[in-house]
Design a protein around this ligand. Structure first.
Ligand code: FE
Length: 181
């Protein structure tokens, strides 16, 4: 195996660990999400993530390498942060909690997008079109998920920006609403 092939396989081992960590983390994210659309996005990406594991295994086979996972510390950190967000979110306003979940999930997607982008380029350089295609398919799904999360954010931002209807706040909010008509 060439040094470049070694690099590809080693980084794929890292990603295999990252994806496996996400298969465990995404159901917790889905459970914690308050917004039904966000919940659905996490559930859908869980299904896709299981497919990412399968694609990596196919790529290992194409390279004649064992599908061995090497603990991905980057993802361990991101998942630990996600876990914190879930725990802290239980005490927060629903929209704020969802926004912090979106932020944590987008950090994960960006991490994966950079990893898959690099590896696709390596596979292309090696002239391994089949492996490059597998990596590209997963990359496209990570990008789609990132875009979906971006689209889900504005309504949450609007909700989070509304004044809480506390006892003292209500009359003021009411006056302002009445005055604006
Ligand atoms: Fe993934």
């Amino acid at each position: 195996m060439s040094a470049l092939e070694d690099l590809l396989v080693e980084e794929m081992q890292d990603l295999l660990s990252a994806e496996a960590q996400l298969v465990k983390a995404l159901p917790k994210m889905a459970k914690a999400a308050n917004d039904p659309k966000l919940k659905l996005a996490f559930q859908k990406h869980l299904d896709e993530t299981k497919g990412h594991v399968d694609r990596l295994k196919q790529a290992f086979e194409l390279l004649g390498a064992k599908p061995k996972a090497k603990p991905c510390k980057g993802m361990e950190g991101l998942v630990a942060e996600g876990q914190e967000v879930i725990e802290e979110g239980a005490e927060k306003d629903e929209a704020i909690a969802d926004l912090t979940l979106v932020a944590a999930a987008q950090k994960v997607e960006h991490y994966e997008i950079s990893a898959y982008g690099t590896l696709r380029a390596v596979a292309e350089q090696l002239g391994n079109r089949k492996v490059a295609r597998l990596l590209q398919q997963t990359l496209a799904e990570e990008e789609k998920t990132d875009n979906l999360l971006t689209k889900l954010s504005p309504p949450l931002l609007n909700l989070a920006n509304q004044e809480p209807a506390g006892e003292e706040e209500a009359p003021r909010a009411f006056r302002r609403a009445a005055g604006s008509r």
